[in-house]
Ligand binder design. Structure first.
Ligand SMILES: C[S@@+](CC[C@H](N)C(=O)[O-])C[C@H]1O[C@@H](n2cnc3c(N)ncnc32)[C@H](O)[C@@H]1O
Length: 306
Protein backbone atom coordinates (compact mmCIF):
# COMPACT_ATOMS: atom_id res chain seq x y z
CA UNK A 1 0.00 0.00 0.00
CA UNK A 2 3.01 2.28 0.59
CA UNK A 3 3.73 2.49 -3.12
CA UNK A 4 0.07 3.09 -3.86
CA UNK A 5 0.04 6.10 -1.48
CA UNK A 6 3.22 7.37 -3.08
CA UNK A 7 1.65 7.52 -6.50
CA UNK A 8 -1.59 9.28 -5.56
CA UNK A 9 -2.33 12.36 -7.61
CA UNK A 10 -2.61 14.53 -4.52
CA UNK A 11 0.97 13.66 -3.59
CA UNK A 12 2.45 14.76 -6.90
CA UNK A 13 4.14 18.16 -7.06
CA UNK A 14 1.53 20.85 -7.62
CA UNK A 15 2.67 22.77 -10.66
CA UNK A 16 1.05 26.21 -10.68
CA UNK A 17 -1.19 26.80 -13.64
CA UNK A 18 -0.84 23.30 -15.06
CA UNK A 19 -3.85 21.53 -13.60
CA UNK A 20 -6.52 21.41 -16.25
CA UNK A 21 -4.25 23.14 -18.76
CA UNK A 22 -4.86 22.29 -22.39
CA UNK A 23 -3.00 19.25 -23.71
CA UNK A 24 -1.06 19.56 -26.97
CA UNK A 25 -3.49 19.36 -29.88
CA UNK A 26 -1.20 17.28 -32.13
CA UNK A 27 0.04 14.04 -30.66
CA UNK A 28 2.71 12.97 -33.13
CA UNK A 29 5.37 10.80 -31.47
CA UNK A 30 8.98 12.02 -31.56
CA UNK A 31 10.80 11.21 -34.80
CA UNK A 32 12.70 7.98 -34.12
CA UNK A 33 12.19 5.69 -31.14
CA UNK A 34 14.60 6.02 -28.26
CA UNK A 35 14.14 2.38 -27.22
CA UNK A 36 12.83 -0.39 -29.43
CA UNK A 37 10.33 -2.57 -27.63
CA UNK A 38 8.17 -5.53 -28.39
CA UNK A 39 4.60 -4.35 -28.83
CA UNK A 40 5.71 -0.72 -29.08
CA UNK A 41 2.88 1.60 -30.05
CA UNK A 42 5.22 4.10 -31.72
CA UNK A 43 3.49 3.85 -35.11
CA UNK A 44 -0.04 4.09 -33.71
CA UNK A 45 0.52 6.51 -30.85
CA UNK A 46 -1.18 9.39 -32.68
CA UNK A 47 -4.26 7.27 -33.43
CA UNK A 48 -4.46 6.24 -29.78
CA UNK A 49 -3.89 9.72 -28.34
CA UNK A 50 -6.55 11.16 -30.66
CA UNK A 51 -9.08 9.43 -28.39
CA UNK A 52 -7.73 10.92 -25.17
CA UNK A 53 -9.56 13.79 -23.44
CA UNK A 54 -8.00 17.27 -23.27
CA UNK A 55 -8.78 17.84 -19.59
CA UNK A 56 -6.50 15.29 -17.96
CA UNK A 57 -5.56 15.96 -14.35
CA UNK A 58 -2.88 13.28 -14.15
CA UNK A 59 -1.98 10.69 -16.79
CA UNK A 60 -1.05 7.16 -15.73
CA UNK A 61 0.60 4.59 -17.97
CA UNK A 62 1.19 1.38 -15.99
CA UNK A 63 2.64 -0.74 -18.86
CA UNK A 64 4.94 1.93 -20.26
CA UNK A 65 7.45 -0.20 -22.25
CA UNK A 66 9.08 2.13 -24.80
CA UNK A 67 6.89 5.06 -23.67
CA UNK A 68 5.66 5.64 -27.21
CA UNK A 69 2.16 6.76 -26.20
CA UNK A 70 3.41 8.74 -23.23
CA UNK A 71 5.89 10.65 -25.41
CA UNK A 72 3.26 11.32 -28.07
CA UNK A 73 0.74 12.56 -25.51
CA UNK A 74 3.47 14.46 -23.62
CA UNK A 75 1.38 14.97 -20.48
CA UNK A 76 2.16 17.77 -18.09
CA UNK A 77 1.67 15.57 -15.02
CA UNK A 78 2.05 11.83 -15.23
CA UNK A 79 3.21 8.64 -13.60
CA UNK A 80 4.52 5.93 -15.94
CA UNK A 81 5.57 2.51 -14.73
CA UNK A 82 6.56 -0.97 -15.73
CA UNK A 83 7.32 -4.16 -13.85
CA UNK A 84 10.68 -4.58 -15.62
CA UNK A 85 13.13 -2.77 -13.37
CA UNK A 86 16.13 -2.33 -15.75
CA UNK A 87 13.77 -0.69 -18.25
CA UNK A 88 12.47 1.74 -15.63
CA UNK A 89 16.06 2.57 -14.65
CA UNK A 90 16.68 3.58 -18.28
CA UNK A 91 13.74 6.00 -18.21
CA UNK A 92 14.70 7.41 -14.83
CA UNK A 93 18.27 7.91 -16.04
CA UNK A 94 17.02 9.72 -19.14
CA UNK A 95 15.12 12.13 -16.91
CA UNK A 96 17.67 12.57 -14.11
CA UNK A 97 21.05 12.07 -15.78
CA UNK A 98 20.74 12.09 -19.58
CA UNK A 99 24.52 12.34 -20.04
CA UNK A 100 24.92 9.08 -18.16
CA UNK A 101 22.38 7.37 -20.44
CA UNK A 102 24.15 8.68 -23.54
CA UNK A 103 27.50 7.53 -22.15
CA UNK A 104 26.09 4.03 -21.50
CA UNK A 105 24.93 3.84 -25.09
CA UNK A 106 28.15 5.17 -26.65
CA UNK A 107 30.33 2.85 -24.57
CA UNK A 108 28.31 -0.30 -25.43
CA UNK A 109 27.95 0.75 -29.09
CA UNK A 110 31.71 1.07 -29.45
CA UNK A 111 32.19 -2.28 -27.77
CA UNK A 112 29.64 -3.92 -30.09
CA UNK A 113 31.30 -2.68 -33.25
CA UNK A 114 34.88 -3.33 -32.17
CA UNK A 115 35.62 -6.59 -33.99
CA UNK A 116 33.08 -9.40 -34.37
CA UNK A 117 29.69 -7.73 -33.92
CA UNK A 118 27.67 -10.90 -33.36
CA UNK A 119 30.13 -12.33 -30.84
CA UNK A 120 30.21 -8.97 -29.02
CA UNK A 121 26.41 -8.87 -28.99
CA UNK A 122 26.21 -12.31 -27.38
CA UNK A 123 28.77 -11.25 -24.80
CA UNK A 124 26.73 -8.16 -23.85
CA UNK A 125 23.55 -10.26 -23.80
CA UNK A 126 25.17 -12.83 -21.51
CA UNK A 127 26.30 -10.00 -19.25
CA UNK A 128 22.75 -8.61 -19.10
CA UNK A 129 21.37 -12.05 -18.31
CA UNK A 130 23.90 -12.42 -15.49
CA UNK A 131 23.64 -8.95 -13.96
CA UNK A 132 20.46 -7.26 -15.34
CA UNK A 133 22.58 -4.16 -15.96
CA UNK A 134 20.27 -1.53 -17.59
CA UNK A 135 23.20 -0.23 -19.68
CA UNK A 136 23.45 -3.65 -21.36
CA UNK A 137 19.71 -3.71 -21.95
CA UNK A 138 19.98 -0.31 -23.64
CA UNK A 139 22.39 -1.67 -26.23
CA UNK A 140 20.42 -4.90 -26.67
CA UNK A 141 17.12 -3.17 -27.45
CA UNK A 142 18.82 -1.10 -30.17
CA UNK A 143 20.90 -3.96 -31.64
CA UNK A 144 18.63 -7.02 -31.41
CA UNK A 145 16.94 -8.72 -34.34
CA UNK A 146 13.99 -6.72 -35.70
CA UNK A 147 13.47 -4.86 -32.41
CA UNK A 148 11.81 -8.01 -31.05
CA UNK A 149 12.96 -7.55 -27.45
CA UNK A 150 11.96 -10.89 -26.01
CA UNK A 151 12.47 -12.37 -22.55
CA UNK A 152 12.27 -15.97 -21.38
CA UNK A 153 10.31 -17.05 -18.33
CA UNK A 154 13.38 -16.60 -16.12
CA UNK A 155 13.70 -12.98 -17.28
CA UNK A 156 16.71 -13.59 -19.52
CA UNK A 157 16.78 -11.73 -22.83
CA UNK A 158 16.94 -14.19 -25.72
CA UNK A 159 16.64 -12.28 -29.01
CA UNK A 160 19.45 -12.90 -31.51
CA UNK A 161 21.63 -10.14 -32.95
CA UNK A 162 20.08 -7.92 -35.60
CA UNK A 163 21.62 -7.59 -39.04
CA UNK A 164 21.42 -3.80 -38.93
CA UNK A 165 23.95 -1.30 -37.57
CA UNK A 166 22.42 0.31 -34.47
CA UNK A 167 22.03 4.09 -34.58
CA UNK A 168 25.31 5.93 -33.85
CA UNK A 169 25.80 7.65 -30.49
CA UNK A 170 25.30 11.14 -32.01
CA UNK A 171 21.82 10.14 -33.20
CA UNK A 172 21.06 8.53 -29.84
CA UNK A 173 22.07 11.79 -28.12
CA UNK A 174 19.73 13.75 -30.40
CA UNK A 175 16.83 11.43 -29.65
CA UNK A 176 17.57 11.45 -25.92
CA UNK A 177 17.22 15.23 -25.87
CA UNK A 178 13.89 15.14 -27.72
CA UNK A 179 12.45 12.28 -25.64
CA UNK A 180 13.55 13.88 -22.38
CA UNK A 181 11.72 17.09 -23.29
CA UNK A 182 8.58 15.13 -24.22
CA UNK A 183 8.65 13.24 -20.93
CA UNK A 184 9.49 16.22 -18.72
CA UNK A 185 6.20 15.96 -16.80
CA UNK A 186 6.49 12.22 -16.19
CA UNK A 187 7.66 10.44 -13.06
CA UNK A 188 8.79 6.87 -13.71
CA UNK A 189 8.12 4.12 -11.19
CA UNK A 190 9.09 0.47 -10.99
CA UNK A 191 5.79 -1.18 -10.12
CA UNK A 192 3.25 -3.83 -10.87
CA UNK A 193 0.32 -2.29 -12.73
CA UNK A 194 -2.25 -2.73 -9.99
CA UNK A 195 -0.83 -0.14 -7.58
CA UNK A 196 -0.71 2.40 -10.40
CA UNK A 197 -4.26 1.85 -11.63
CA UNK A 198 -5.42 1.98 -8.00
CA UNK A 199 -3.74 5.39 -7.62
CA UNK A 200 -5.83 7.09 -10.32
CA UNK A 201 -8.80 9.17 -9.25
CA UNK A 202 -11.38 11.62 -10.57
CA UNK A 203 -10.18 13.59 -13.59
CA UNK A 204 -7.22 11.26 -14.22
CA UNK A 205 -6.60 9.22 -17.35
CA UNK A 206 -5.08 5.72 -17.31
CA UNK A 207 -3.80 4.18 -20.54
CA UNK A 208 -3.20 0.42 -20.31
CA UNK A 209 -1.26 -1.54 -22.93
CA UNK A 210 -0.83 -4.90 -21.18
CA UNK A 211 0.89 -8.00 -22.53
CA UNK A 212 -1.61 -9.33 -25.01
CA UNK A 213 -3.69 -12.05 -23.49
CA UNK A 214 -3.08 -14.64 -26.17
CA UNK A 215 0.36 -14.00 -27.58
CA UNK A 216 2.56 -11.75 -25.48
CA UNK A 217 2.37 -12.76 -21.87
CA UNK A 218 5.46 -14.93 -22.07
CA UNK A 219 7.52 -12.35 -23.98
CA UNK A 220 8.24 -10.05 -21.09
CA UNK A 221 9.58 -12.65 -18.68
CA UNK A 222 8.01 -14.07 -15.59
CA UNK A 223 5.77 -11.17 -14.57
CA UNK A 224 2.52 -11.90 -12.87
CA UNK A 225 0.05 -10.54 -15.37
CA UNK A 226 -3.59 -11.47 -15.26
CA UNK A 227 -6.24 -9.83 -17.39
CA UNK A 228 -8.90 -10.49 -14.74
CA UNK A 229 -6.80 -8.64 -12.14
CA UNK A 230 -6.42 -5.72 -14.56
CA UNK A 231 -10.14 -5.59 -15.38
CA UNK A 232 -11.00 -5.56 -11.66
CA UNK A 233 -8.57 -2.64 -11.11
CA UNK A 234 -10.05 -0.76 -14.09
CA UNK A 235 -13.52 -1.26 -12.64
CA UNK A 236 -12.42 0.24 -9.30
CA UNK A 237 -10.71 3.18 -11.08
CA UNK A 238 -13.87 3.89 -13.06
CA UNK A 239 -15.95 3.94 -9.87
CA UNK A 240 -13.53 6.56 -8.44
CA UNK A 241 -14.07 8.76 -11.53
CA UNK A 242 -10.92 7.98 -13.51
CA UNK A 243 -11.14 7.40 -17.26
CA UNK A 244 -9.38 4.29 -18.49
CA UNK A 245 -8.31 3.37 -22.03
CA UNK A 246 -7.27 -0.21 -22.76
CA UNK A 247 -5.43 -1.49 -25.85
CA UNK A 248 -6.24 -5.10 -26.56
CA UNK A 249 -5.91 -7.70 -29.30
CA UNK A 250 -7.93 -6.99 -32.38
CA UNK A 251 -9.01 -8.85 -35.47
CA UNK A 252 -7.33 -9.84 -38.66
CA UNK A 253 -8.62 -8.08 -41.76
CA UNK A 254 -9.44 -11.53 -43.08
CA UNK A 255 -12.19 -11.46 -40.46
CA UNK A 256 -10.90 -14.29 -38.31
CA UNK A 257 -10.52 -13.29 -34.68
CA UNK A 258 -6.94 -13.38 -33.40
CA UNK A 259 -8.22 -13.09 -29.90
CA UNK A 260 -11.70 -12.82 -28.55
CA UNK A 261 -11.24 -11.49 -25.05
CA UNK A 262 -14.60 -11.28 -23.29
CA UNK A 263 -15.05 -7.96 -21.49
CA UNK A 264 -17.29 -7.44 -18.45
CA UNK A 265 -20.62 -5.92 -19.54
CA UNK A 266 -20.77 -2.14 -19.11
CA UNK A 267 -17.13 -1.62 -18.13
CA UNK A 268 -16.16 -0.11 -21.49
CA UNK A 269 -18.63 2.06 -23.37
CA UNK A 270 -16.54 2.94 -26.46
CA UNK A 271 -14.75 0.50 -28.76
CA UNK A 272 -12.34 1.96 -31.36
CA UNK A 273 -10.38 0.14 -34.01
CA UNK A 274 -6.68 1.02 -34.30
CA UNK A 275 -5.26 -0.23 -37.58
CA UNK A 276 -1.78 -1.52 -36.91
CA UNK A 277 -0.79 -3.19 -40.20
CA UNK A 278 1.26 -6.33 -40.42
CA UNK A 279 2.72 -7.50 -37.16
CA UNK A 280 6.53 -7.67 -36.79
CA UNK A 281 6.04 -10.06 -33.91
CA UNK A 282 3.97 -12.48 -35.99
CA UNK A 283 6.53 -12.25 -38.77
CA UNK A 284 9.24 -13.15 -36.28
CA UNK A 285 7.20 -16.02 -34.85
CA UNK A 286 6.59 -17.39 -38.34
CA UNK A 287 10.29 -17.38 -39.21
CA UNK A 288 10.48 -14.16 -41.19
CA UNK A 289 7.62 -14.81 -43.64
CA UNK A 290 5.90 -11.65 -44.75
CA UNK A 291 2.21 -11.84 -44.07
CA UNK A 292 0.79 -9.76 -46.88
CA UNK A 293 -2.78 -10.81 -46.16
CA UNK A 294 -2.55 -10.37 -42.42
CA UNK A 295 -3.50 -6.81 -41.61
CA UNK A 296 -4.15 -6.53 -37.92
CA UNK A 297 -6.26 -4.07 -35.96
CA UNK A 298 -6.00 -3.44 -32.24
CA UNK A 299 -8.97 -2.41 -30.20
CA UNK A 300 -8.91 0.60 -27.96
CA UNK A 301 -11.61 0.32 -25.32
CA UNK A 302 -12.65 3.39 -23.34
CA UNK A 303 -14.58 3.54 -20.08
CA UNK A 304 -16.10 6.85 -21.19
CA UNK A 305 -17.88 8.31 -24.20
CA UNK A 306 -15.64 10.97 -25.86
C1 LIG B 1 2.65 -4.37 -24.75
S1 LIG B 1 3.99 -3.83 -23.77
C2 LIG B 1 3.74 -2.12 -23.66
C3 LIG B 1 4.24 -1.45 -24.87
C4 LIG B 1 4.18 0.07 -24.81
N1 LIG B 1 2.83 0.56 -24.98
C5 LIG B 1 5.07 0.67 -25.86
O1 LIG B 1 4.61 1.47 -26.68
O2 LIG B 1 6.25 0.31 -25.88
C6 LIG B 1 3.57 -4.42 -22.17
C7 LIG B 1 4.51 -3.97 -21.05
O3 LIG B 1 3.93 -4.45 -19.82
C8 LIG B 1 4.99 -4.78 -18.94
N2 LIG B 1 4.40 -5.67 -17.92
C9 LIG B 1 4.17 -7.01 -17.98
N3 LIG B 1 3.57 -7.45 -16.86
C10 LIG B 1 3.40 -6.35 -16.07
C11 LIG B 1 2.82 -6.14 -14.78
N4 LIG B 1 2.32 -7.16 -14.07
N5 LIG B 1 2.79 -4.88 -14.27
C12 LIG B 1 3.34 -3.83 -14.99
N6 LIG B 1 3.91 -3.98 -16.21
C13 LIG B 1 3.93 -5.21 -16.74
C14 LIG B 1 6.06 -5.39 -19.81
O4 LIG B 1 7.33 -5.30 -19.19
C15 LIG B 1 5.92 -4.52 -21.08
O5 LIG B 1 6.84 -3.45 -21.08
Amino acid sequence: MGRQREARTADLPQLPGLLGAAQPTMHAPPRGQLLKWIGSKQRFASQICANFPADVRCYYEPFVGSAAVCAAFSPQRAVASDVLEPLVVLWKTLCDAPNVLCHWYAERWNRLLDGDKVANYFEIRAEYNRTRDPADLLLLVRACYGGVVRFAKDGSMNTPCGVHRPIPPAEFDRRAEVWRARLAGVRFEHSDFEAMVDAAGAGDLVYCDPPYADSQNTLYGAQAFSLDRLLAAIDRAKVRGARVALSIDGTKRSGRKVCDVPMPAGLFVTDREIVVGRSMLRRFQLGGQTLEHEVVADRLLLTWRP
